[in-house]
Write a protein that binds this ligand. Structure first.
Ligand SMILES: [Zn+2]
Ligand SMILES: [Zn+2]
Length: 487
């Protein structure tokens, strides 16, 4: 661990509040409580590492040998079960415990001693050599701090903790080359404007919806973009892409370069726009996902939406999905829809289990050309001839930008996700009740069965022996097993 590397732990707001609630509930009297998060490590860039939780466990009071204000001892077989299940697959441990009182507590000397041993113990007993991150919080789990230990248990480093949707800071000084651009947005607060100015958005699909979206979100203050789209501008795009010209079509502009041009017209300096002329399935695009604060998908195909959702789950990035649909009723009057979907960060439901996208169609779209031809002939794929108009795309893009404005500023709660469908000419927004979308065992977004308070009785029939768990390669002979479970 080099000093220059920034390490952060990003826990989605909903997961943190559920975890926190479980911790508080597991307390019987006034004693300390502990909980575990098992995290995946993402190397975001050369100088940034982010930990994101894959699952969490809060032991119920019957999982302890002792539980008091002075320390905790977890039952050995329970603790072994936890580590066996999570560390074999390459996750790192986040151990959180509380101290009595309010305000940010300090790690005690006892914490130092046991955490050091624990860090050494897990790294020498599991083939993937997991790291230990430890956190100490006040009794209400309101304020706390985290540190990460090296594998020898000799040194630690403090890390940044984020339990909001975005890691951007509302307090950081941002250089705005011309602050007066945002004079009419002052009402939303200076901090929120700063957050928008720092936000980095990955936009998948720079077509009819994506381009308007970029223009609008750009004007709101978003200056950092990664644009992903393999296509070039065509004449058939000109009915719905702002400022696109016949000349650009003749010069065979890529759509990503055209959208970059839109952003650069707003910010001649101080903006950063990366263009990737390929689909989101490519490695190049995937590498960018972790570096972004938000993924927006505005493509006309289900396969790229599915991929975007999978990546959003894998890297735990918020996702906003935009789409429109137009068809004709039998009496020749049009039905027009637009849809804005934000699946909850960190699971509960996703585009796949919420039936927001059609998996069968996604599979067809990823199939080789010949199969696609057959499917198209059978009427399965509509493709580029999907009807689309500028004004309907604009309603969709505008609403998407409004939702993001609310997510950044905090005036819209998307913790349980949202799915809004606008119908025209009725002119109604229908809001899907997201409770109906929740799905505990989705193949894509299921978090595993341990995401809960576990009772000791759940493990009584676990058949491994303590000695198996510790193995023969424990080097330090004075390791006393029971010590590892004390905090
Ligand atoms: Zn402590
Ligand atoms: Zn799902």
């Amino acid at each position: 661990m080099k000093k220059s590397t920034a390490i952060s732990l990003h826990i989605p707001p909903k997961m943190w509040s559920e975890f926190r609630e479980s911790m508080l509930k597991s307390r019987m009297f006034n004693e300390e409580v502990i909980g575990f998060l098992f995290c995946q490590r993402h190397q975001v860039s050369k100088s940034k590492i982010r930990y994101i939780p894959k699952t969490w466990v809060v032991p119920a009071s019957d999982c302890y040998e002792h539980q008091s204000t002075s320390g905790l001892v977890l039952k050995q077989h329970f603790h072994s079960y936890l580590l066996e299940n999570h560390l074999q697959v390459g996750l790192d441990v986040v151990h959180i415990h509380t101290h009595t009182g309010q305000g940010i507590p300090d790690f005690s000397h006892t914490d130092d001693r046991y955490e050091s041993e624990y860090a050494r113990f897990i790294s020498s007993n599991f083939p993937k050599k997991p790291y230990l991150i430890s956190g100490v919080f006040d009794e209400n789990l309101q304020s706390g701090q985290f540190r990460i230990w090296d594998r020898k248990g000799q040194k630690f480093e403090y890390l940044n903790f984020c339990n909001s949707l975005f890691e951007v800071s509302k307090f950081e000084d941002v250089i705005n080359h011309d602050d007066s651009i945002f004079a009419r947005q002052k009402i939303f607060g200076k901090g929120n404007q700063k957050a928008l100015n720092q936000l980095k958005v990955l936009l998948i699909g720079c077509g009819g919806i994506g381009s308007i979206f970029a223009e609008l979100l750009g004007r709101l203050g978003v200056k950092n973009w990664v644009l992903v789209d393999p296509d070039r501008l065509e004449t058939t795009n000109l009915n719905r892409m702002p400022s696109a010209t016949q000349e650009m079509v003749e010069q065979q502009w890529h759509k990503v370069h055209y959208v970059k041009h839109l952003i650069k017209k707003i910010y001649s300096e101080g903006s950063s726009v990366k263009t990737i002329v390929t689909t989101v399935e490519s490695e190049l695009a995937k590498q960018e996902i972790a570096t972004c604060d938000l993924i927006v998908v505005a493509t006309d195909n289900h396969f790229s939406r599915k991929t975007a959702q999978e990546l959003a789950l894998q890297y735990m990035r918020p996702l906003v999905c935009l789409g429109t649909h137009i068809d004709m009723k039998s009496d020749n009057t049009p039905r027009m829809y637009c849809r804005v979907t934000v699946p909850p960060l960190g699971g509960a439901w996703c585009l796949m289990c919420g039936n927001i996208i059609n998996l069968q169609r996604a599979a067809l779209e990823s199939a080789p050309l010949a199969i696609n031809q057959i499917a198209a002939n059978a009427g399965y794929l509509e493709g580029v001839n999907d009807p689309a108009v500028f004004w309907l795309n604009s309603i969709c893009a505008s609403t998407g930008v409004g939702v993001i404005h609310g997510m950044v500023s905090g005036f819209l709660n998307v913790d349980s996700g949202i799915d809004w469908i606008y119908e025209f000419p009725d002119g109604n927004w229908r809001k899907t009740n997201t409770e109906y979308l929740q799905n505990d065992d989705c193949y894509f977004c299921g978090m595993g069965s341990l995401e809960e308070v576990v009772e000791d009785s759940d493990f009584e029939d676990s058949d491994f022996e303590d000695s198996d768990f510790l193995g023969s390669d424990v080097e330090d002979s004075d390791f006393d097993n029971s010590d590892f479970f004390v905090w």
